[in-house]
Design a protein around this ligand. Structure first.
Ligand code: SF4
Length: 403
C-alpha cells in the first residue's frame, strides 16, 4: 500500500495564508505533500512528485518543456497561481485559451491549466491530431457541477409537460460538454461572460423564453441589462424533487421570460454590497469593477462589470494614479496589482480565498504530465466523445456567429 504524504501545514494555516489576500506577492507554493488540503485530490500521481519544492519543480518543468518544444503548449487561466502562470505560453479566459490552442496546429499536446469544462471545450475546438491534457483530473468547477446533465434534462421535460415555451436553452461556457451538446441539439447556444447580452438577444429573436444554466447571477445580471424585470424571471431550484417545477407554480413559469438555474460561483458569490460601500468609504474616488458572476446588488453598485479579459484590459489601460476595487478571484487581482504598480488595485473582499478547484493545479501535477509526455506517455487526456463534441460545436459555432 502506498504511503500517504504527511500534511505538515494544517488546512487552517493554508486558508489563513490565502485569506491574507496578498497584493504584493503571489501565494507561496509548497510541496504537494504539504498542500494536500488544497491540492491532493488526484491520488495516482507518483510519490516522487509529492515532495518536490517550487525550485525543483521549476527546473524539471523547464527541462520537460524544452524537450517537448513546439509539440506542446501550456495554457494558463487567469485564476491560476503564479507558479503555474510562469510556464504558460498564453493566459486568458477559457474561450480565448481554447481558440488560441486550436490555431497552433504544430502543437500535438495542449496542457490546459484550468478546470475540467475548459479542457473539454479545448478538446471540442481543437484539431483532430491535438490531445488535451488536464494536469489534475479532479480540478472541476463547483458552479459547472451544480448543473448535473440529468437534472437539466428532467427540468426541460417538466417545462415541456407544463406547456412552458417556446423555450431556448442557453448554457454558460462554465458547463459540461454534454450540456453544450444539449443546447446544440435543441437550437440553443453557449455564451461567455463577455457576450451574454448579445446571445440573449439572439435567443429572444427565436423563442419567447430562455432557460439559462448554470449561473443564476450571470443570467439575472444579463436579463436586467436588457430591461427584463425581476418579475419576469423565475429561479429553477434543481435541489427540489422532480415534478415540483423547480419550486415554481406553472403561472410564474408561463409569465417568466428567463428561467434561471439556481447555480452560483462560490468565489464570486462572496462579494457583497457592504464591501462595495466600504471600498467607496475608504477611497471616494475608487472605481469598482466586478465579474458578472457576482450577485445582482454588487454588480448594480459597481461602476462596471465584465469578463476577466475585460477587467484586466480596463485596469491596464487606466491612467496612472487611479484606484480599483476588484470583485474577482484573488490570483488575478494580485497579478493585476503587481502588473499595475502605478495604480492602486485591491480585492473587494479582504478575506477572499483562491478558487479552490483552480488551485488543484499544483505545479507537481504539471511537472508529472509533462515528464510523462517526454517519455511518450499521455496521462490525464480529456476526450469528449464524437457525438457530444459535434453538437457542442454546433452550439459554440452559433455563439461565434453572434459575437
Ligand atoms: S472561479 Fe467559480 S466559476 Fe470559475 S472555476 Fe472557480 S468555481 Fe468555477
Amino acid at each position: 500500500m502506498k504511503a500517504q504524504p504527511v500534511l505538515l501545514v494544517s488546512e487552517e494555516d493554508l486558508l489563513n495564508e490565502a485569506m491574507e489576500c496578498p497584493a504584493d506577492r503571489p501565494l507561496e507554493t509548497r510541496p504537494l505533500a504539504q498542500e494536500r488540503a488544497f491540492a491532493f485530490w488526484q491520488k495516482d500521481i507518483p510519490e516522487e512528485y509529492w515532495h518536490l519544492d517550487a525550485q525543483q519543480l521549476k527546473e524539471r518543468i523547464t527541462a520537460a518543456r524544452r524537450a517537448l518544444g513546439r509539440r506542446c503548449v501550456v495554457l494558463g487561466h487567469h485564476y491560476q497561481r503564479e507558479d503555474i502562470i510562469q510556464f504558460a505560453d498564453v493566459r486568458g479566459d477559457s474561450f480565448k485559451l481554447a481558440q488560441w490552442a486550436a490555431q497552433r496546429a504544430e502543437a500535438e499536446f495542449i496542457v490546459f491549466c484550468g478546470v475540467h469544462f475548459m479542457a473539454e471545450a479545448a478538446d471540442i475546438l481543437s484539431q483532430p491530431h491535438q490531445k488535451v491534457i488536464l494536469p489534475n483530473m479532479s480540478a472541476g468547477c463547483s458552479m459547472a457541477d451544480m448543473a448535473d446533465p440529468e437534472d437539466v434534462y428532467a427540468c426541460w421535460e417538466e417545462l415541456e409537460e407544463a406547456g412552458v415555451g417556446p423555450l431556448m436553452p442557453v448554457t454558460y461556457m462554465n458547463s459540461a460538454a454534454s450540456l453544450k451538446a444539449f443546447c446544440g441539439q435543441r437550437g440553443g447556444i453557449v455564451c461567455t461572460s463577455s457576450n451574454a447580452q448579445k446571445v440573449f438577444l439572439w435567443a429572444f429573436e427565436r423563442a419567447d423564453k430562455v432557460l439559462f444554466f448554470p449561473d443564476q447571477h450571470l443570467g439575472r445580471n444579463t436579463a436586467l441589462k436588457l430591461g427584463i424585470s425581476l418579475d419576469e424571471m423565475a429561479v429553477w431550484d434543481y435541489t427540489l424533487p422532480y415534478s415540483s417545477l423547480g419550486g415554481n407554480d406553472v403561472e410564474k413559469l408561463r409569465r417568466a421570460k428567463v428561467i434561471l438555474w439556481k447555480g452560483h460561483c462560490s468565489v464570486h458569490q462572496r462579494f457583497t454590497l457592504g464591501q462595495v460601500l466600504e471600498a467607496r468609504r475608504r477611497y471616494p474616488d475608487v472605481k469598482v469593477i466586478v465579474h458578472p458572476e457576482c450577485r445582482m446588488e454588487v454588480v448594480q453598485a459597481a461602476d462596471m462589470d465584465g469578463s476577466t479579459e475585460f477587467i484586466a484590459r480596463t485596469i491596464a489601460e487606466a491612467p496612472p494614479g487611479t484606484k480599483w476595487a476588484v470583485g474577482t478571484e484573488i490570483n488575478l487581482v494580485s497579478r493585476l496589482a503587481r502588473e499595475n504598480p502605478d495604480k492602486l488595485v485591491f480585492c473587494l473582499d479582504p478575506v477572499v480565498c483562491p478558487c479552490s478547484t483552480m488551485y488543484r493545479i499544483h505545479p507537481a501535477y504539471l511537472c508529472w504530465v509533462l515528464e510523462e509526455l517526454v517519455e511518450g506517455r499521455i496521462v490525464n487526456q480529456v476526450k469528449v466523445d464524437e457525438e457530444t463534441a459535434h453538437w457542442a460545436r454546433v452550439a459554440l459555432e452559433r455563439m461565434l456567429q453572434v459575437a
